[in-house]
Design a protein around this ligand. Sequence first.
Ligand SMILES: [Zn+2]
Length: 249
Amino acid sequence: MREAAPGVTEVARGVFVARGTHVNFILLVEGSDVTLIDAGWHGDADTVERSVAAVGRRIEDVRAILLTHAHLDHVGGAAVLHDRHDIPILTHPAELGHARGEWRESAGPIDVALRAYKPTTVRWATAIVRAGALTHVAVPDAEAFPDSGRPLDLPGRPVPVTCFGHTTGHTAFHLPELGVVATGDALVTGHPLSGKKTPQLLPEFFAHDPEQADAALDGLAALDADIIAPGHGAPLRVELSRAVATARA
Ligand SMILES: [Zn+2]
């Protein structure tokens, strides 16, 4: 792993994990083209644009934004970049209605702050509110990618791996040749509310269906991969099967 720019880590050749406001997004660079996986909060859009420049590409080179899921900390920046640059937004068919704003599945930051009142929680809630946590975001023209188990025809050739539960259609993306998995929020390596920096599930109240989210870890454990590019926390080199065992312990 290599620090390519402040807040941008190259975890494998052409795969960059970049930091927004307490959330990550991923850049897959292939030739001159880029796929983004997630794009931070509404207020992180400029950070996403800077990270594209930091890896030597232009925002016009971004072919699509893939969503792991449509929570505001992953879709907010995508909506802004879609409006600014007409970048297509793609998500799993089961997540499409969520992305389009037909329903919502998030624990709001105020709920969270009330449930887990601590100074760190308040600092986190303040930062995310500033980044757009109270701005409702929907992307009415989000589209579905084909759920065929095959690589998507996009830079980096990511393979969707469904891990439903955190949201109805949450999906991770596997890069088999590089041994990388962009796990989204199905498996993270840290969060301001947990204080731990090991593979873990997010606190249950963030999950639409916590039992299903736990079961979905089986699919991640079965992947041939040893690098986690998570939605929250630092990227981590660890066998996925071991990471899942740690998260469940
Ligand atoms: Zn998240």
